[in-house]
Design a protein around this ligand. Structure first.
Ligand SMILES: Cc1cc2nc3c(=O)[nH]c(=O)nc-3n(C[C@H](O)[C@H](O)[C@H](O)COP(=O)(O)OP(=O)(O)OC[C@H]3O[C@@H](n4cnc5c(N)ncnc54)[C@H](O)[C@@H]3O)c2cc1C
Length: 230
């Protein structure tokens, strides 16, 4: 079934709770090299026979400088997530098709706008931690929408913002994500590149609306999440 995929086997080193139902799984990178913001597919054969059961895509939430691979996800009731959650240190997961262009574009030092819907924060965590480790400016406004005040990576992002005055972090709880709420929170988004990551339908509709305002955007779509569970 998976014979055409070039598989890299990754061993679980540890896992820990973040907030609410979000958990981080830390894997040995096993030689994989990635750019902050990239993602890959994962297979857990023991989660079932069909791809719907045993395969998911995840952004690598860790920065390359951290040298380990983090999957950060909401542990839902799906067979895949439940199986992932039973892995013990030393257990393995298969990964494939590492790549993607949802990465920070080094076109100018003009600040960018990073819009995250909930767990859609994972690529931005990777990008910001990586830039900080390289001594690069974190010239961004982060508009981090979350359904509740259980905000994944809040402490870490606030700590980065505290030592990087060029990083502006706005955590927005319980508000509908739309082009209008984005522009109300960051009017300069009109002149900036806006990166949007989160539930597929939100990223699609907000992306279309921002494009209609003439705004340049980059998108990262997470299927499986909606306004109710992101
Ligand atoms: C490029 C890319 C990057 C991504 N990065 C991330 C990431 O960093 N983090 C992340 O979390 N996701 C990421 N995703 C999305 C990820 O691949 C999954 O689609 C998502 O996590 C939902 O997984 P799930 O197993 O809960 O999904 P699904 O099985 O689609 O479940 C969706 C919802 O339905 C519910 N559900 C499913 N089965 C049942 C059942 N039998 N009974 C009751 N309820 C059920 C679940 O509880 C869940 O709320 C990414 C996707 C892409 C394409």
């Amino acid at each position: 079934m998976n014979e055409e995929k070039k598989i890299t086997v990754l061993k679980l080193l540890s896992s820990h709770d973040e907030v609410g139902d979000v958990r981080t799984f830390v894997f040995d990178a096993n030689g994989l090299v990635w750019l902050a913001g990239q993602s890959q597919g994962y297979i857990l054969p023991q989660a079932g026979d069909s791809e719907a059961e045993n395969q998911r895509w995840f952004t690598i939430a860790s920065a390359p400088s951290e040298k380990v691979i983090h999957i950060a996800t909401r542990v839902s009731s799906s067979t895949f997530k439940q199986t992932l959650n039973t892995l013990k240190p030393g257990d393995s997961i298969q990964s494939y098709d590492l790549g993607g262009d949802f990465t920070w574009e080094e076109v100018s030092d003009v600040s960018v706008v990073l819009v995250a819907g909930g767990i859609g924060i994972t690529p931005f965590r990777s990008m910001l931690v990586e830039r900080a480790s390289q001594g690069k400016p974190l010239n961004a406004t982060v508009l981090y929408f979350n359904r509740t005040d259980a905000v994944p990576f809040r402490v870490e992002l606030e700590a980065l913002a505290a030592i990087h005055p060029e990083l502006h972090l706005h955590i927005i709880i319980g508000q509908h994500i739309s082009a209008e709420t984005i522009l109300a929170s960051e009017p300069q988004a009109q002149q900036r590149t806006v990166y949007i990551s989160g539930p597929e339908a939100m990223v699609e509709s907000v992306g279309t609306a921002l494009r209609n305002y003439g705004i340049s955007i980059k998108q990262d779509w997470f299927p499986g999440y909606t306004e109710k569970n992101y």
